[in-house]
Design a protein around this ligand. Sequence first.
Ligand code: GAR
Length: 206
Amino acid sequence: MSDLLNPGESLRPIVILISGTGSNMAAIVEAAGKEDWARRYGARVAAVISNRPEASGLTLAQSLKVPTEVLDHRAFESREAFDAALMLRIDAHAPALVLLAGFMRILTSGFVAHYAGRLLNIHPSLLPAFPGLNTHRRAIDAGCRVAGATVHQVTAELDHGEILAQGVVPILPGDTEAMLAARVLTQEHRIYTDAVRVWLRQRSRP
Ligand code: GAR
């Protein structure tokens, strides 16, 4: 069976949300280009949207030729108002898939319900351990021998939802938070790209 797209079929847009350096975003954009996801899975990264104008991931996305947008959450009076505006921005691209890639916002239940089944997140711990913030510090302090990252479906409960992929790294004697974060990040790039590829392949047209 071929998973190649028939010529002329429209591409399924992917929208990636970031707040910071955007290394997970870049890993996905680069894999999409190298592996020709347009032809294989009929998918393309349509836009990168940041809630922080100063996010360095924006220039990184531009260097990868992906259109970028900024929607500064500080301009909105409430979480609901920001999420409603963000949904309008995202939906302008009619996305098949929305990826949270270091998007440091708690989402409203309305937002999550709107993208149910097509909203993925990467979290820097081996969920269900250490949901929330400061995951690497907490893993070191707890005396864990391993740490890692999880790609999961996003549901209304923070850092819950079906687990799609996990990557594990050792915690080494003398590890600082930064050392562990860097080791985990290399796994993040691999597992997020893998999970998106599987998601697209499973939903490819026959
Ligand atoms: C990543 O480690 C990601 O797992 C984490 O932020 C970092 C973003 O890095 N996400 C969260 O903590 C979400 N709660 P990146 O901007 O270089 O992809």
